[in-house]
Design a protein around this ligand. Structure first.
Ligand SMILES: C[S@@+](CC[C@H](N)C(=O)[O-])C[C@H]1O[C@@H](n2cnc3c(N)ncnc32)[C@H](O)[C@@H]1O
Length: 185
């Protein structure tokens, strides 16, 4: 069966991440992906969750408390500074849910250059066979630029070292979101 975009993003991570691993939510927003990752790595694993907005950090903290999850570090900073916060040798996977925080300030958006900088750091930490999953929303102002910057970067990742997948529905109207997934070989 074909899965919707968010379901497929979670499916890819659930299939690849193992209990006890360290993983990254690069854009925690309202905390849905952080909560999901927290459950799949279990109590012995850990999630590093980033967001530039205090509002998003607070919303994610609330979601974690409501669901009694304790295996998460919430980091109020840009994901391009990941290296300042993560002292792990290996990461089991990462998700970027791009764009703006739903029902919030639409001018605070992820940007191509910083997203690419963060991916550049994470690919070096990623375990072999594992994934960085990006959910790309591009209908908002600034979304096209980010999409183009990302595609330029990912199209040229060395195929001897990485597989790069694009998944999306090509007959949907109004700039439907799609997935880009980078697998380290
Ligand atoms: C689509 S939302 C994320 C949704 C979230 N994953 C969830 O499950 O609710 C995108 C988020 O990226 C955040 N963001 C924008 N630029 C960022 C950056 N450079 N580093 C980290 N987060 C960023 C925004 O503040 C926003 O909360």
């Amino acid at each position: 069966m074909l899965k919707g975009i968010l379901n497929y993003a979670h499916y890819l991570l659930e299939e690849s991440i193992e209990k006890g691993e360290k993983v990254i939510d690069a854009t925690c927003g309202n905390g849905n992906d952080t909560l999901f990752l927290s459950r799949i790595v279990g109590e012995d694993g850990h999630v590093y969750a980033f967001d530039v907005q205090e509002e998003a950090i607070a919303a994610t903290r609330k979601a974690l408390i409501n669901n009694t999850r304790t295996n998460v570090s919430l980091i109020h900073d840009s994901h391009e500074n990941i290296a300042d916060y993560i002292n792990e040798k290996e990461i089991g996977g990462a998700i970027f849910n791009l764009g703006y925080l739903p029902k919030s300030d639409k001018s605070i958006i992820t940007k191509g250059d910083t997203t690419v900088n963060a991916i550049d750091v994470i690919v070096n930490l990623l375990k072999k066979g594992r994934l960085i999953v990006l959910v790309v929303y591009h209908g908002h102002e600034g979304g096209k630029e980010e999409k183009e910057t990302l595609l330029r970067y990912l199209l040229h990742l060395d195929q001897k070292k990485f597989n790069v997948l694009r998944y999306g529905f090509i007959n949907q109207q109004n700039d439907p979101p799609f997935i880009l997934a980078v697998q380290k070989k």
